[in-house]
Design a protein around this ligand. Structure first.
Ligand code: PLZ
Length: 462
């Protein structure tokens, strides 16, 4: 199309014909952000699409890959978002492109429940082998993170014959009726969307930075409070499942104080409760482990995965103990598109890429590069209250200096300045005061450093 040619034909630069890692790995601003073409499309978006579908940064993308996102005006932005932790292997990653292109020409859909195909089985075999624990497992595939969590709860209720589900302060699990109910934050996820689903109970989270008696006591006290609430308010024998993110994502990259997760697993085992790890955001090498549960060596009964699983194609999975998943009657689980063949091919390509490119180690390197620079920043600026995260899942929490009061206004201003300079960053947090960094694992060190310099400038200028 003409847009693509006009925009990318610049003196001395070959026209861009495709995305992926062969895109020039550089930040390049040729217009203000957003530029005129993006603004034009944004105006169309506003008249065609309801405002409920928000926009973090209104540049319209034409290509992406490696560590950059290229927009319709020819700007090349540094990507610290990966489409919310999805394109961990990189956008248009070569193995993904190759396998999906072949598959799209062979067949696009049959519905796995009607006439199955091998790639779905292979994805499930791999998930069964790679997820924590060496017990016998089963997996099945669905379309989104929310659908995976909702199905995990269905399985836990069916297998236990119990109804109650326990979730945590600051938790996020999706936007469907059940997963919105499991989610902690009212605005924007729940506001006026009730009534919510019954039999969902919320207990405290071991949030070290905000634990009233300090981070040292956090794990033990939070676990004791959570367990006491469950025992008194619900009764352990009524609880089907405990659902938790091993590092909370939307809630602000909260790493539970060490010891909290193992205590919950132990309590679950002792009381016949299904422990469900929501690894939708943390999974597939993101945190410097293939799965974040590995950090403390915990073994969930069911693990939910999505996002990073398929390089951007919509896919999610429920993996768990064979005896739990096998309990559900024939036909009790499924969906038209779950485990679509294009998405399965993409997932197989992602798993190959993680191994071939040693991306678990790459995530650790990214953390090792980012954390010291962020810590040095925190020394200089007392509006940085906390720095946390693991691997390529890192965040800073911004506060009013001299207090722990969240500062969402300054957070928003920093983000605006980063965006204007061509750095895609996201916010998170119950109080909207967390800047989170989720670069693709395919990003270069140079772009990471440049992105951090932009952030540094934005923070020192507010
Ligand atoms: N569980 C831990 O992070 C999705 C939400 C974006 P879906 N997080 C991004 C938004 O504002 O809608 C997420 C997650 C965890 C579940 C989900 C839900 O995954 O694929 O968005 O349904």
């Amino acid at each position: 199309m003409s847009i693509e040619r006009d925009v990318h034909e610049q003196p001395g630069r070959p026209p861009i014909t495709r995305g992926g890692p062969s895109l020039p790995q550089e930040r390049r601003l040729v217009t203000e952000i957003p530029g005129p073409r993006s603004r034009e499309m944004f105006a169309r978006k506003q008249s065609a699409i309801p405002p409920g579908i928000g926009t973090t940064l209104p540049v319209f993308v034409t290509h992406a890959g490696g560590g950059v996102v290229v927009d319709a005006d020819g700007n090349s932005l540094i990507d610290f978002g990966s489409g919310i932790a999805v394109t961990s292997v990189g956008n248009a990653a070569p193995r993904v492109v190759e396998r999906v292109q072949k598959q799209v020409a062979d067949f696009t859909h049959t519905c796995f429940m009607v006439t199955p195909y091998e790639s779905y089985v292979e994805v499930c075999e791999k998930l069964n082998a790679l997820t924590p624990g060496d017990h016998e497992k089963r997996s099945f595939l669905v379309n989104s993170g929310a659908e995976a969590v909702e199905n995990a709860v269905k399985v836990a209720r069916h297998a236990t014959g119990r109804q109650a589900v326990v979730v945590f302060d600051h938790g996020y699990h999706g936007r469907t009726l059940l997963t919105m109910t499991l989610t902690a934050k009212n605005m924007p996820y729940k506001h006026r969307f009730g009534p919510y689903a019954p039999e969902v109970y919320r207990v405290p989270m071991a949030y070290p930075f905000r634990w009233p008696t300090g981070p040292e006591n956090c794990a033990e006290e939070a676990a004791a409070q959570a367990i006491d609430m469950i025992n008194k308010q619900i009764g352990a024998e009524n609880v089907a499942a405990i659902v938790i993110e091993p590092i909370q994502g939307e809630g602000g990259f909260i790493e539970p104080a060490r010891g909290f997760l193992p205590a919950l697993v132990e309590y679950s085992r002792a009381n016949g409760i299904v422990f469900i790890a929501d690894e939708v955001q943390t999974g597939f090498a993101r945190t410097g482990h293939l799965f974040a549960c590995e950090d403390e060596g915990i073994v969930p009964d069911i693990i939910c995965t999505a996002k990073g699983i398929a390089g951007g194609l919509p896919l999610a999975a429920v993996t768990g103990r064979a005896e739990l998943l096998d309990a559900v009657h024939v036909g009790g689980l499924g969906g038209t598109y779950g485990g679509n063949p294009l998405a399965c091919e993409a997932a197989l390509a992602v798993l190959d890429t993680i191994e071939a490119e040693n991306l678990v180690e790459r995530a650790r390197q990214i953390g090792a590069l980012m954390l010291p620079r962020l810590r040095a920043l925190a020394e200089r600026f007392d509006l940085i209250g906390d720095i946390r995260g693991r691997g390529a899942m890192i965040a800073i929490e911004l506060i009013v200096p001299g207090s722990k009061e969240p500062d969402p206004a300054v957070t928003g201003e920093i983000v605006r300045r980063c965006h204007a300079e061509g750095l895609v960053v996201l916010t998170a947090g119950t109080y909207g005061n967390v800047l989170r960094f989720l670069p693709p694992l395919s990003i270069s060190d140079n772009l990471l450093e440049e992105g951090l310099s932009i952030l540094e400038k934005a923070i020192s200028s507010v």
